[in-house]
Write a protein that binds this ligand. Structure first.
Ligand SMILES: C[S@@+](CC[C@H](N)C(=O)[O-])C[C@H]1O[C@@H](n2cnc3c(N)ncnc32)[C@H](O)[C@@H]1O
Length: 282
């Protein structure tokens, strides 16, 4: 993030982002190796805490099972991990994991998943415009690929990709879907994020259709598996689901829905939950 860059602050609401007004960003703080070491120790502690909680075992079971069911592995563990290695991963909207406990546990969960499914950490790209310099360095030291540009979630995939977007704004989900909006590509999109059904419940249908049309169209044909959460981690993983788009289900949508998907811009959204990239003024 360039120093002095302007973007919108996103605050946590009830498990979902809300956008504040435009403000100047603070200068990123200097990155001390000792501080990063402490940070990494805290991440390791979080990983160990999650490992000791039963709900992690349920996540592991469900995610391994779902990967197998979607043809990316078999019931035999070795085969699952071999196939899972083919997965790319993109994590948007993790938040400030050095200062925010929820974000730290979400990062710890991602590391646990990679370890279990034998996905190389380097296959995961990370981006959040609020990351500090120190957090970017910590992520690189952990092996992640840290993106330097705000893609606004508009990432075109070319192979099965897990999008890890916990408690992110609707525009991010909608943008991911738009960029990969075809019968051939969408089945390769796997989301771990806010329940789409929950989003639908909390919104007026006409506003969902008007502002987030890809999300709205996908909700009826996606396959959502709710991920459990222990009371202790309610704030961290509430309303989280694994969401997939099986070919047989998305084929139910009318052909016209796939033709020339128009890029979303959200000019008229009153409560936009995404930090947009800076655009050049002519
Ligand atoms: C409600 S917060 C969730 C943070 C964290 N995952 C949690 O549950 O506490 C939404 C996050 O989305 C991030 N975000 C906003 N626009 C983004 C963008 N264009 N790309 C990636 N992340 C973005 C915000 O900076 C913020 O950290």
């Amino acid at each position: 993030m360039a120093s002095g860059e302007e973007w919108q602050i996103v605050r946590r609401g009830k498990g979902i982002a809300r956008t504040g007004k435009r403000v100047q960003t603070e200068k990123p703080e200097a990155s001390e190796p000792s501080e990063r070491l402490r940070g990494k120790r805290r991440i390791t502690e979080a990983v160990n805490e999650l490992k000791g909680d039963n709900f992690w075992l349920e996540w592991r079971e469900l995610l391994s099972g779902c990967l197998a069911a979607s043809g990316r592995g078999s019931s035999e563990n070795k085969a699952v991990s071999k196939r899972a290695c083919l997965l790319d991963c993109v994590c948007y909207g993790l938040g400030n994991f050095s200062s925010c406990v929820s974000a730290r546990y979400q990062l710890a969960m991602l590391l646990l998943l990679f370890d279990t499914l034998e996905i190389p950490v380097g296959q995961c790209s990370m981006y959040d415009p609020v990351f500090t310099v120190s957090e970017c360095e910590t992520l690189r030291e952990l092996g992640f690929t840290v993106l330097t540009e705000n893609e606004e979630g508009k990432r075109a995939i070319c192979r099965p990709t897990l999008f890890y977007l916990i408690h992110c704004g609707k525009a991010l989900y909608n943008n991911v879907l738009w960029k990969n909006w075809s019968l051939q590509v969408l089945p390769n999109v796997i989301v771990i994020g806010n329940s789409f059904l929950g989003i639908q419940e909390r919104m007026l249908q006409r506003e969902l259709e008007r502002d987030y049309s890809f999300l709205s169209d996908a909700i009826g044909v996606c396959e959502e598996t709710s991920l459990p959460c222990s009371p202790r981690f309610l704030d961290v993983f509430n309303d989280t689901a694994l969401i997939r788009f099986p070919t047989d289900k998305i084929s139910e949508l009318p052909d016209s829905i796939w033709a020339e998907p128009v890029e979303p811009h959200y000019q008229h959204c009153p409560d936009l939950e995404i930090i947009l990239k800076e655009r050049q003024l002519n």
